[in-house]
Design a protein. Structure first.
Length: 262
């Protein structure tokens, strides 16, 4: 009897003996260690070092410039990650923009309280941009996707999918987006959770500025910035691993459905 060909055989991955990217995402124990290391790194770079640098510079520089330079450990960290690790997130984007805004404010205004609002204003702006990316906008072949989709497309090392009907390999994240309602739902949900955390940081910073003195605001805001950054980073990583594992499980059925539509 002739063996029936599986429709999914007509759609193959570029590397026939591909490694399972998500299943190779280390053991649970290793993942926990990476999460702990990531949290420790964020707390040290975004809270401990800025606070120490602020108090070290405060006796020798005007207050506004001490505030500006206290952000340099965070900025250096973001630039190193973007350059060598090809990793940047919404907190990193807000940090860079906030640093540039702080320099402008230091030269033009010099108000310490306004300076303390710099990252939070940018964070709120990044959150608003993420919210806009959730709008269901479609113009001809263009479809607006959540910001986290574009970050994943550029930064997550997923091998492309070679479809028999296409000569050009298709980005795997795009293949998932087009063929999986689960992917679309959970990327939007993850983006929404990040938005809530970003706007929470903005609200807390406003509360600190109108309630405490400058030194207390520096300490409280640095700790909050590190905490929110750690939450966003760790939650995004853990949630993304879960999403990718589910998508890998569903990939054969997605390939089969896609084959049947050709």
């Amino acid at each position: 009897m002739e063996q029936q060909q599986d429709p999914s055989d007509s759609k193959k991955v570029c590397d026939e003996k591909q490694e399972d990217e998500t299943d190779s995402m280390l053991s649970i124990q290793t993942q926990r260690w990476l999460v702990i290391r990531r949290i420790s790194y964020i707390v040290i770079v975004n809270a401990v070092m800025p606070i120490l640098l602020y108090y070290a510079l405060k006796p020798y520089l005007p207050l506004v410039w001490a505030l500006v330079l206290s952000s340099t450990p965070t900025i250096i960290s973001v630039l190193i990650q973007a350059t060598f690790l090809r990793h940047i997130d919404t907190i990193g984007i807000a940090s860079i923009c906030g640093f540039l805004v702080s320099i402008i404010l230091a030269v033009a205004n010099g108000d310490p309280k306004l300076m303390l609002m710099r990252e939070s204003l940018i964070t709120a702006g990044v959150g608003a941009t993420c919210a806009l990316s959730l709008l269901p906008i479609r113009i001809r072949s263009f479809e607006l996707k959540p910001i986290l989709y574009y970050l994943a497309k550029d930064l997550v090392p997923l091998k492309p999918v070679c479809l028999s009907s296409d000569k050009t390999p298709q980005p795997r994240i795009l293949f998932y987006w087009r063929n999986s309602q689960y992917c679309r739902l959970h990327i939007r949900l993850l983006t929404g959770i990040d938005i809530v955390l970003l706007e929470l940081e903005f609200g807390l910073k406003l509360f600190y500025i109108f309630s405490f003195d400058i030194d207390t605001v520096v300490i409280a805001s640095s700790i909050t910035w590190a905490t929110i950054g750690a939450l966003i980073s760790v939650f995004t990583i853990c949630y993304s691993v879960r999403i990718l594992r589910k998508l890998k499980q569903d990939e054969p059925s997605m390939l089969q459905r896609d084959a049947s539509t050709q």
